[in-house]
Design a protein around this ligand. Structure first.
Ligand code: ACM
Length: 536
């Protein structure tokens, strides 16, 4: 079965390579030959179940997007889909709540959708209609992302392209392996504007990522307005690595990011890193320092030199205010309190601090997430630890995480030598860091979250996350160069059943994404490990 899939993939890529080699839009190459529709089993992340066959659907001038009896949310998703497809196709694609046997049909609820879960969907394609059914709106949205990938890559362009716009016949039934499929963006080392964050959100949504973890504070910058401690943002956010002007999100900016992410079924997970990584806060308020003196702002890239003052009462007024204000802005269930690299906090102080900080998160109705060092303290009941160890992480440290997992702490896996998107691909990568080694596309993809931490119960694995630290990254083009092609691989580890895991097959599916990235203007890395089609 696997061999057949591989052979099929090879043939497909050969065809796709021919179809996209020319600069013309799909369909224009090869003397008028039409490109084959994308087979249903070429989607990234791989769907749980695929059955190809039957007649293809052709999107045409008269195609409607139907939301039979449509609810507000299903109609909004239909509008989003129409917005994606109109520029390249040039078609009107009206959205209608009238039922009918033809067109693109988005159906919420209905027979058999119950077993698809909160994020699953079913897609069936035939000569008259493509139908996406789901129990919940998130499922419809993920189904829409699959449908996008089944159309020729040219559909992603923002100007009119030549069709035909075919979708292969068949059926997909799909739902995720893990509930938590995250990406982290460090907006502290370099600040990223709301527009830049939205661009990244769109890229994440295309691969069914459902959590956006924002690293909102660090030594180099505090990036979110806090009314009760205004200098955090106005002063603590006034610079960044290298000494540029930095920036911060107003509360309205943050709400806008939360809303934009929620419209794409991503939950924002805000992080305020503590008790270390706090120089920007300590520089903003002298009273937070044990010696009562504010250090200067910091624009370098060292770690581990700052700590909140654990014995001082004002420290807990501070974290109460910050957590209360951020919790009030955040509809999602999680609040991340960092806890990594507290090298300037004694172990005793670290444990005492976490014993006080975690109940504050609970008091404001949120679930604690911390970097896995939290397991060296007393993780609160229900807490989540984010594992960022790598092949040189000590056995004792790993054992502590496994012990916590056995005792009910859930884990999000972000192994630095697999999932960190800021690691260089190889020695020639002009951006990024290499302290966890070089991480090319295969290494990033080729591991199993289920068996990664030996001894951690399978049920303790909440999911995976791909962090992007930005000491060396300051533009969207930089983020994209590091995220693509690795991010889709982490997304697939989070979404697809373990039975689909196969680098030799995956690398062809991944390669076939490149024309989409080119159509979207995504600046990706042409890893030599991936059999890319000729460039358009
Ligand atoms: C980390 O990379 N310090 C979580």
């Amino acid at each position: 079965m696997r061999r057949r899939r591989l052979l099929f993939s090879l043939l497909l890529i050969a065809a796709a390579g021919l179809g996209t080699a020319a600069a013309e839009p799909p369909g224009a190459a090869g003397g008028g030959a039409t490109p084959a529709a994308t087979p249903l089993d070429q989607v990234v992340p791989a769907p749980a179940s695929v059955r190809g066959g039957g007649r293809a659907f052709t999107l045409g001038e008269g195609t409607r997007i139907r939301v039979p009896g449509g609810s507000g949310e299903a109609k909004r998703i239909a509008g989003y889909l129409a917005g994606l497809l109109r520029p390249a196709t040039g078609y009107d694609l009206p959205v209608t709540t009238k039922g009918g046997p033809d067109g693109i049909v988005l159906r919420l609820g209905g027979r058999g959708t119950g077993q698809l879960g909160a994020e699953g969907y079913r897609l069936t394609s035939g000569s008259r209609a493509v139908t996406i059914s789901a129990a919940r709106p998130a499922g419809l949205f993920h189904g829409v992302q699959t449908l996008r990938q089944l159309l020729p890559a040219g559909v992603e362009r923002r100007s009119a392209q030549r069709g035909p716009w075919r979708i292969a016949g068949g059926a997909i039934a799909d739902s995720p392996r893990y509930d938590y499929r995250g990406a982290m963006l460090d907006v502290s080392r370099h600040f990223f504007t709301v527009e830049q964050v939205k661009r990244y959100i769109d890229q994440l949504a295309a691969y069914k990522i459902n959590k956006l973890h924002l690293h909102l504070s660090d030594d180099q910058g505090w990036r979110i307005a806090i009314d009760s401690w205004p200098r955090l943002a106005t002063y603590g956010g006034s610079t960044q690595v290298g000494g540029g002007p930095g920036g911060h999100y107003t509360k309205d900016d943050y709400r806008e990011i939360v809303r934009y992410a929620a419209d794409r079924y991503l939950t924002v997970v805000p992080e305020i890193d503590m008790p270390g990584h706090t120089n920007a806060a300590l520089a903003s308020y002298a009273e937070l320092n044990c010696n009562g003196q504010a250090p200067p702002l910091y624009t370098g890239t060292n770690v581990g030199f700052s700590s909140l003052c654990v014995p001082k009462a004002v420290t807990y007024d501070f974290i109460d205010d910050v957590i209360r204000e951020i919790a009030a802005l955040t509809p999602g269930p999680y609040l991340h309190i960092g806890g990594d690299e507290a090298h300037s906090t004694s172990h005793e102080d670290y444990v005492a601090f976490m014993d006080k900080a975690q109940p504050v998160v609970a008091k404001y109705g949120k679930t604690v997430i911390g970097w896995h060092q939290l397991t060296g303290a007393h993780p609160a009941k229900g807490a989540v630890a984010q594992y960022w160890g790598y092949d040189k992480t000590g056995a004792q440290e790993q054992a502590q995480v496994v012990d916590a997992a056995r005792n009910g702490t859930r884990l999000v896996l972000s192994p630095a030598d697999r999932a960190y998107l800021d690691m260089k691909y190889d020695k020639n990568t002009p951006l990024g860091l290499s302290w966890a080694g070089y991480v090319d596309a295969k290494r990033s993809y080729d591991w199993d979250p289920g068996g990664y931490l030996k001894g951690a119960p399978e049920a303790s694995i909440l999911g995976v996350e791909a962090p992007m630290w930005t000491e060396t990254l300051s533009t969207s083009a930089h983020l994209e160069y590091m995220a693509f092609p690795r991010l889709p691989g982490i997304a697939e580890l989070g979404w697809s059943p373990a039975s689909t895991h196969d680098w030799e097959a995956y690398k062809y599916r991944l390669a076939a994404q490149a024309p989409r990235w080119e159509a979207l203007g995504i600046n990706y890395y042409r890893s030599p490990e991936v059999p890319w089609p000729h460039r358009g």
